[in-house]
Ligand binder design. Structure first.
Ligand SMILES: [Zn+2]
Length: 185
């Protein structure tokens, strides 16, 4: 290998490195399972579900993100990757944190009128975000989570403003209060 080709390889590697910074992370099973492990710590006094990836574990017609009982979360990796690409780093983690909140509702038999089931799940997700920011140093996670929640608002999920409010409320007040004294806004 001559000197010139060594230099061009070094340049090519530098370009690849820059490209990797510009793109979102790959949302594969490693990323999803790592996220699940984080939420298990943040929500340790609550549920311990299994996260099934690309398995239609809830019998859903198309893959996105579902919880169907206290023990089961079912996600599509392409759906989560798309969220991460569109809304920024940790968007997929925010969605998983929300689904975790639904497993807690199932475990406690919570039944509230719409949109408060979904907003309580947002609150629960918000408390995981706080843990991730404070302990894992995931910068800008709250902003990404709020934009993700706003983007998927509507119907049973509440308005964008409600999703924004409850995500932040959970972030500030913590998971216990999401299940003991959730406000009605
Ligand atoms: Zn939900």
């Amino acid at each position: 290998m001559n000197k010139k080709s060594k230099i061009s390889i070094a340049l090519a590697l530098a370009v690849v490195g820059i490209a990797q910074i510009a793109y979102a992370v790959t949302v594969n099973s490693t990323y999803i399972n790592k996220t699940a492990a984080e939420i298990k710590i943040a929500d340790k006094n609550y549920t311990n579900p299994t996260v099934y990836i690309d398995r239609y574990a809830c019998g859903e017609p198309s893959l996105s993100a579902f919880a169907c009982g206290p023990y089961t979360i079912s996600v599509g990796s392409r759906f989560l990757q798309n969220a991460e690409n569109t809304y920024g780093s940790y968007a997929a983690k925010a969605i998983l944190g929300h689904e975790w909140g639904h497993t807690i509702q199932f475990s406690r038999g919570v039944n509230q009128r719409a949109p408060y089931m979904e907003l309580q799940a947002d609150c629960s997700g918000g408390s995981y975000i706080r843990y991730a920011v404070d302990t894992l140093r995931y910068s800008d996670f709250l902003a990404t989570a709020v934009s993700t929640a706003r983007a998927y608002a509507g119907g049973d999920h509440g308005t964008p403003a409600q999703r924004d409010y409850y995500t932040r409320w959970g972030y500030t007040n913590g998971i216990d209060k999401c299940f003991s004294s959730l406000p009605r806004v």
